[in-house]
Design a protein around this ligand. Structure first.
Ligand SMILES: [Zn+2]
Length: 327
C-alpha cells in the first residue's frame, strides 16, 4: 500500500508540473499504464479471473464524464452504500465490519482495512464481487449486469475485454483514416447541417465523397456491434472502441466478406465498400452521390450522444499520411 501511495503521489506531483517537453508527459502516461497493468494482473490472479475483464471495467469507468479529473491509478468508483453496506453511515473501514454489514468493500493489500480510496482495495473489491458469482465469461457478464444494471455498459465492457484479450495489451490508441489515401475522396465539415429526408433531422456525421467500391477501413480497434440495413443509413455497420465510442458507417455498397457482429477489428481492416445505399427499403441505392457517412457517438453511462467526427478525421488523415511517408 505504501509503495502505491508513493507512486500515486509521484504521479500527481509530476503531472502538476508544466513540463514543456511532451515526451516527459508521455513517459508518465506509459508508466501509469504499466502500473495499472501490473495491478490488474496481480488482482486478477488473486481472484482467479482473467486480467482483461478487470482492465475493461476500469477503462469503462475511466471514460465516464463523472470521472474526477485527478489522475488515479484505478478509475473504478464504488458507491459508498455499496462499499460499506448497512454500515455506510458509520463508515467503518475494517473489512470484518463491512462484511458484517454486507458491504462489498474488501481489503486488497492485506492491511485489514477496506479503504475505498485505496486502488488495490477498490480493484480487489470489484474482482471479489465478480468471483463470488463465478469466473466463466457468462458468470462475469451476469455479475456486470448485477453491478451496473445497464445492457450497453455490460456490452461495452465485454467488448473492451475482448479487445484486450485478443491484442494482449491495453495500449490500443492507433487510429486510421476510413478510406485508402491513394483514392480520390473529399470531405468538409457538415456536422449539424439540416437534412430533408425523413423529416427534420440534423446531420450527425461527416460525408466523405468517393467512388463506388472504394474500400472502407476500421478507424480504430473495436468490436463490430451492428451490421445490416436501415432506412436512412442503407447498408451500415457500427463498431465500438475501448473509449466507449461507437463508430457508425453508412450508405455502403456492401460489406467485406466474413465481417460479422462480434468480430474484432483493428485500424486499417477492410470492413465494407463505399456506396449510395439508403433512403428507402432494403436495396435502395443511387438517391445521392456515393459517399461514406461517418458518425461518432459517445456513451456517457446513461445515454449516447453524437459529436462531430470532422476534427478526428483530419487528425487520422494526417497521421495516416505520416505513417505512409515513414513506410
Ligand atoms: Zn452523411
Amino acid at each position: 500500500m505504501k509503495k502505491i501511495h508513493i507512486a500515486m503521489l509521484l504521479i500527481l506531483l509530476l503531472s502538476s508540473f508544466p513540463f514543456s517537453a511532451s515526451a516527459k508527459g508521455e513517459e508518465n502516461v506509459n508508466k501509469a499504464k504499466q502500473d495499472r497493468m501490473a495491478l490488474y494482473k496481480k488482482t486478477a490472479a488473486a481472484a482467479g479471473l482473467p486480467w482483461y475483464y478487470l482492465a475493461a471495467i476500469d477503462q469503462y469507468e475511466h471514460n465516464l464524464p463523472t470521472q474526477s479529473k485527478e489522475e488515479k491509478l484505478i478509475a473504478i468508483e464504488i458507491p459508498e452504500e455499496k462499499w460499506f453496506g448497512a454500515a455506510s453511515h458509520g463508515q467503518l473501514a475494517d473489512e470484518s465490519s463491512i462484511l458484517w454489514f454486507q458491504g462489498l468493500g474488501r481489503d486488497g493489500d492485506g492491511d485489514k482495512q477496506a479503504d475505498p480510496d485505496n486502488p488495490e482495495d477498490v480493484l480487489y473489491t470489484m474482482a471479489s464481487f465478480i468471483q463470488r458469482i463465478g469466473t466463466t465469461k457468462n458468470d462475469i457478464k451476469i455479475a456486470l449486469w448485477h453491478y451496473y444494471e445497464r445492457d450497453l455498459t455490460v456490452q461495452t465492457i465485454m467488448n473492451t475485454a475482448k479487445l484486450y484479450e485478443k491484442f494482449g495489451t491495453i495500449e490500443l490508441d492507433k487510429r486510421s483514416f476510413p478510406l485508402p489515401l491513394h483514392h480520390n475522396y473529399s470531405y468538409r465539415n457538415t456536422w449539424g447541417d439540416a437534412r430533408g429526408f425523413g423529416g427534420r433531422r440534423i446531420h450527425e456525421g461527416t460525408d466523405i465523397f468517393a467512388n463506388y467500391g472504394v474500400p472502407v477501413y476500421a478507424t480504430t480497434y473495436g468490436v463490430i456491434e451492428l451490421k445490416g440495413w436501415n432506412l436512412y443509413g442503407g447498408w451500415r455497420i457500427g463498431l465500438r472502441d475501448s473509449n466507449n465510442i461507437y463508430h457508425y458507417y453508412a450508405h455502403l455498397n456492401g460489406f467485406e466478406k466474413g465481417v460479422s457482429v462480434g468480430n474484432v477489428v483493428k485500424p486499417g481492416d477492410v470492413i465494407g465498400y463505399v456506396g449510395a445505399s439508403g433512403y428507402g427499403p432494403p436495396g435502395t441505392s443511387g438517391k445521392f452521390p456515393p459517399h461514406l457517412h461517418y458518425g461518432m457517438y459517445k456513451d456517457n453511462g446513461r445515454s449516447e450522444f453524437s459529436f462531430d467526427p470532422y476534427p478526428y478525421l483530419r487528425i487520422w488523415e494526417q497521421k495516416s499520411k505520416q505513417q505512409k511517408r515513414e513506410g
